[in-house]
Design a binder for this molecule. Structure first.
Ligand SMILES: Nc1ncnc2c1ncn2[C@@H]1O[C@H](COP(=O)(O)OP(=O)(O)OP(=O)(O)O)[C@@H](O)[C@H]1O
Ligand SMILES: [Mg+2]
Length: 631
């Protein structure tokens, strides 16, 4: 027994020792669990068997309420599946990392938990030890941050969309005048990447400069801290630049937003509209002056015809030495000058009778060249440049010559010290947009003649008035101011247009545009020109012409020129008239070729009846039978 005792004592002692250890361990766990900031619980067979104070507080349930309660019932329904899966995994011996899920506390609040679990033996059976941390606050903050982030992201996207919706160039400029940001319009319009702008100096990018521009609203905004504005023309485009400073908390400008709006088209359209209005006003003014001048000129012309006619008649009836003769001659001269003026006014108001022919402007100018050289004198160099394949035009050759001469005389007057006079011809297409800005002009093919001088030039104010009749800057007696009015009227009457470009001190170019026609040029006899210059008279003319149409035209022209006209349609008629006419017959206008008898033969017979007439033959062609004497 004694031998047995020590063993029993030893066993007893051991048991006492173990119990103590067990008690101590339990005490340690209770203490740890009770003081832990972490919720601790033990679940066995799905039910709580232990919960520390922290977990009780967290769940809202008392210890009594918790013990025996199904653990899963605390889990937020949506998270239960996950929690179950984790529990199964743990039972299978998998190591679990802490995971998050939600529980519903006693008062129904949803709380976030971060939980780590481990499998332990408890009172002889397996159990789950859970350590539990309330992360509801974290979660709320996290969610707030996340929702803020989302808010900012969507705000950012909205802003981006707004910025992209702005069709103007938008930039952010740093105080060093470097580009910090550009909007999408800039990238799409330039076809460049943002990186090609960011960090570069704005003046280098936009103006290819190595230093800041002298005029820049962005720089001004940096200095003034105020928004600014400037219109800038750059590489053929017009921009409206708005600059808005961004001011930081310390009151310093930390950047400037630059908005550059391309207003080129708007501006050009506006300019075109203003221009068009100007042109319209100008055209209306010219129209009104034209009507006035034309009306006066027309009535004056009739009055002058009477004055001239009676003066002429009186002069004819006066004796050579009559003391009234010098006075009547003065009257006749003055009346002629007045007729000349009214003729120019009629030309301006497009009431001149024009004789339209298809002409080649180059040959008309070539014929005129000699005379022009004489007009301009030796101090002025004449240069001509004629287009080779120049189109034809329909115009009155005489009137057109007059127009060119008027321009050349003006050019000469503008170059008192000498200079260069250039006459250039070219084929020109006048476009829709030209027609739009030039009232009365149709788009299409035109022939242009440009007269350029290197003279004194004109200011814009003078240019606006030069086509008005009687506008002159020349001294009294030197110019009447009708030269350009005449040119204007002639060109307009031919369906053309006239343009002037001039710079003070540099010179002037007048451009005449005449509609091009697709016909071969007519050969124009020199005598055809200056139709208006035909002298009139009051003598009697006998017209012998078998073609009634020709005879009618001849009679009308001669009657208009003041002559008394007798008409014979055959050689027999002519004989009768010559025998019976009591008053003198001053001239016989006879066709060269007549039926049965030739013109000269008929004249020979008439000469036997009376001798008071002179003879003028007319013919479409020269007859071989026509002798030298008769010519
Ligand atoms: N080539 C030119 N250079 C500078 N000014 C010009 C030129 N042509 C015309 N002008 C200006 O236009 C005005 C009007 O010209 P216009 O030919 O109608 O009249 P004028 O030459 O003064 O007189 P007129 O031609 O009747 O003798 C001139 O007085 C002059 O001021
Ligand atoms: Mg003139």
């Amino acid at each position: 027994h004694i031998r047995l005792l020590p063993a029993a004592v030893e066993r007893g002692l051991q048991e006492v020792g173990l119990k103590r250890q067990q008690r101590e361990a339990e005490e340690l766990f209770q203490n740890l669990a009770a003081n832990s900031p972490v919720g601790v619980y033990i679940v066995q067979e799905s039910k709580f068997v232990y919960a520390n104070a922290r977990f009780q507080g967290f769940s809202g349930y008392s210890k009594e309420e918790l013990i025996g309660k199904k653990a899963i019932s605390l889990v937020f329904p949506d998270d239960r599946e996950r929690v179950r899966e984790n529990a199964i995994a743990m039972l299978k011996g998998e190591r679990l990392i802490p995971y998050e899920f939600r529980i519903i506390n006693k008062s129904g609040e949803v709380k976030w938990a971060l939980e780590s679990v481990s499998s332990i033996p408890y009172q002889g059976k397996r159990a789950t030890l859970g350590c539990y941390q309330d992360i509801t606050q974290h979660k709320l903050i996290e969610e707030a941050v996340k929702s803020n982030e989302e808010k900012y992201r969507s705000l950012y996207q909205e802003f981006q969309a707004i910025l992209d919706a702005i069709p103007d160039n938008l930039l952010l400029i740093t105080p060093e005048l470097k580009i910090e940001w550009v909007n999408r319009v800039i990238l799409t319009s330039t076809g460049k990447e943002a990186s090609e702008f960011i960090g570069k100096h704005c003046y280098q990018i936009w103006h290819s400069r190595s230093e800041p521009c002298e005029v820049c609203p962005v720089q001004r905004s940096f200095l003034s801290q105020q928004p600014d504005f400037q219109e800038i023309r750059n590489r053929g485009k017009i921009f409206e630049i708005y600059s808005v400073p961004i001011i930081d908390e310390t009151g310093k400008v930390k950047g400037v937003v630059e908005l550059a709006r391309n207003v080129t088209e708007k501006k050009l359209a506006l300019e075109e509209m203003m221009n068009l209005q100007d042109q319209l006003r100008q055209a209306q003014k010219m129209e009104a002056i034209g009507r006035l001048a034309g009306g006066i000129a027309h009535d004056f012309n009739n009055l002058l015809t009477v004055i001239q006619g009676h003066t002429e008649i009186s002069l004819n009836t006066l004796r050579k030495d009559d003391p009234l003769r010098p006075r009547l001659e003065e009257i006749a001269q003055a009346a002629n000058r007045a007729a000349n003026l009214t003729r120019q006014l009629l030309a301006f108001s497009r009431r001149q009778v024009l004789n339209f022919r298809t002409i080649d402007l180059n040959s008309l100018l070539a014929d005129l060249e000699k005379m022009l050289r004489r007009i301009i004198g030796e101090e002025i160099e004449l240069v001509t440049s004629f287009a080779e394949d120049l189109g034809r035009i329909k115009a009155d050759p005489g009137a057109l010559e007059q127009a060119i001469i008027n321009l050349v005389v003006n050019a000469k007057d503008a170059m008192p010290q000498g200079g260069w006079l250039t006459i250039r011809t070219a084929n020109i297409e006048l476009t829709e947009s030209y027609a739009r800005t030039h009232p009365g002009i149709l788009p299409g093919s035109y022939v242009m003649v440009a007269v350029t001088d290197t003279g004194i030039g004109m200011s814009k104010e003078i240019q606006a008035q030069i086509f008005e009749p009687f506008f002159t800057t020349k001294e009294v007696g030197k110019g009447t101011g009708l030269g350009l009015s005449t040119v204007y009227g002639i060109i307009k009457q031919c369906g053309g247009d006239i343009e002037v470009e001039s710079e003070l001190g540099k010179g002037t170019t007048f451009k005449l545009y005449l509609p091009r026609v697709d016909e071969p040029a007519e050969i124009i006899d020199k005598k055809d020109r200056f139709v208006a210059e035909f002298p009139g008279g009051n003598e009697t003319i006998l017209v012998i012409e078998d073609d009634p149409a020709v005879s009618k035209v001849a009679c009308q022209i001669l009657t208009q020129l003041g002559y008394t006209v007798l008409v014979a349609e055959s050689s027999g008629d002519a004989l009768v008239i010559c025998e019976q006419e009591k008053k003198p017959i001053h001239l016989i206008l006879a066709d060269v070729v007549m039926p049965k008898i030739s013109g000269p033969e008929l004249i020979e017979r008439l000469a036997k009846v009376r001798q008071d007439f002179k003879v003028l033959y007319m013919s479409g062609y020269v007859d071989k039978k026509f002798t030298k004497k008769e010519k």
